[in-house]
Design a protein around this ligand. Structure first.
Ligand SMILES: Cc1ncc(COP(=O)(O)O)c(C=O)c1O
Length: 360
């Protein structure tokens, strides 16, 4: 069993050049797909292919991360936000209240693997009729198998949230667009070094390596924050995508999720946002609410379980205008259930979380 659970993935070796040209089956459903080095780069490409046809305005969910907003800011868009409710579904009234304005691009997404954006049907029709482009961010639902709305013009994803790859994102679209991506960015090169160093750490538990890989990961993020434009995916990441057994990955995530959610379901300190795992859903994390979230996160870290918070409030979001998301942001925590772990690690997490109840 691994003595640390969660946080960044690792990469034990840089793979040799890919032999096949086809992407794994689970990527085939995304039409006209172009791989990029990041999700931000993919959003930039979508924006650039329509920006001359639309007003520079975008409507995004208020529960989102800073990096989804950045490409719109860089392209000079005015951004508004709609609310998301505690089940992580889009608040229809909050969207409707804003459809009076001209919206150039509307962004929607399902969270943590679940189809929480399924109620949008007629609203998307209305938006489409007024010339809005619809972009679904499938970062969280990348490996979930549910029918996507036919009115979507673009799909974008950040792939590195799922596996240990230096870089990876894609833009896909109903219409064919041609993008010229030449250079590989330094971001991917530095992240590759970080992933390899983390792998050395996992093999040796040599504490001095920790600050080295953490520093490299941070440097890579800083590069991307300063330059979110689209770059070509690096060849190591592309090869890893070709070689990854996604079927196995999905099965492991589903098994871990079901096991852990059932094991902690009676714990009064936490509430699973999605207690059931429907067929076809591949979870990113196991998101739960806790009234003592910050204490719980600290306690988990002390016990070497690294559970991230998705996400801190983006600077552009005004809690007075979008009060619905404040509760999510203050109480949510994402428990790792990914393919690196077996049920032994899930047992460990459950044991630690259940002890939290006794000690606090
Ligand atoms: C939902 C979502 N979309 C897009 C992005 C941007 O992806 P990247 O970090 O690869 O630029 C992120 C990053 O966290 C994300 O969480």
């Amino acid at each position: 069993m691994l003595k640390e659970i969660g946080s960044e993935y690792w990469l034990s070796e840089v793979p040799e050049q890919k032999s096949a040209n086809q992407l794994p089956l689970c990527f085939e459903k995304w039409p006209n797909l172009t791989l990029t080095s990041s999700g931000r780069g993919a959003i930039c490409l979508a924006i650039e292919s329509v920006k001359n046809k639309i007003p520079k305005t975008a409507l995004l969910p208020a529960y989102c991360c800073e990096s989804m907003i950045l490409p719109f800011e860089k392209h000079g868009f005015t951004i508004s936000f709609y609310d998301i409710n505690s089940k992580l579904e889009a608040d229809i009234d909050s969207i409707q209240a804003q459809t009076r304005k001209d919206i150039g691009i509307f962004v929607h997404l399902g969270y943590f693997g679940f189809e929480t954006n399924h109620e949008l049907g007629s609203l998307l029709e209305k938006l489409k009729a007024s010339g809005t482009f619809i972009l679904e961010d499938v970062t969280h639902t990348l490996l979930s198998n549910f029918k996507r709305n036919e009115l979507n013009d673009f799909y974008i994803a950040s792939i590195r949230k799922w596996i240990g790859i230096p870089g990876g994102g894609f833009v896909s679209s109903k219409e064919k667009h041609t993008y010229k991506l030449e250079k590989v960015t330094e971001f991917s090169i530095i992240r590759q070094n970080a992933l390899i160093k983390k792998s050395e750490y996992i093999k040796t538990w040599n504490e001095s390596l920790k600050s080295e890989f953490l520093d490299l990961f941070k440097r890579a993020e800083d590069i991307l924050d300063n330059d979110p434009q689209a770059y070509k995916i690096d060849s190591a990441s592309e090869t890893i995508l070709h070689n990854t057994n996604f079927k196995e990955l999905i099965e492991k995530r589903r098994r871990n999720y079901s096991y852990l959610s059932e094991t902690i379901q009676n714990n009064k300190n936490i509430k699973c946002i999605f207690p059931e795992l429907p067929a076809g859903i591949c979870p990113l994390f196991l998101p739960v609410y806790s009234d003592n979230r910050d204490k719980l996160q600290k306690y988990l870290i002390e016990n070497k379980v690294f559970a991230p918070i998705h996400w801190p409030k983006p600077t552009k979001v005004d809690p007075k205008k979008n009060p619905g998301c404040e509760n999510i942001r203050n109480n949510i925590i994402s428990i790792p259930i990914d393919q690196r772990y077996s049920l032994a690690e899930m047992d460990k997490i459950a044991y630690i979380i259940n002890k939290f109840k006794i000690e606090n």
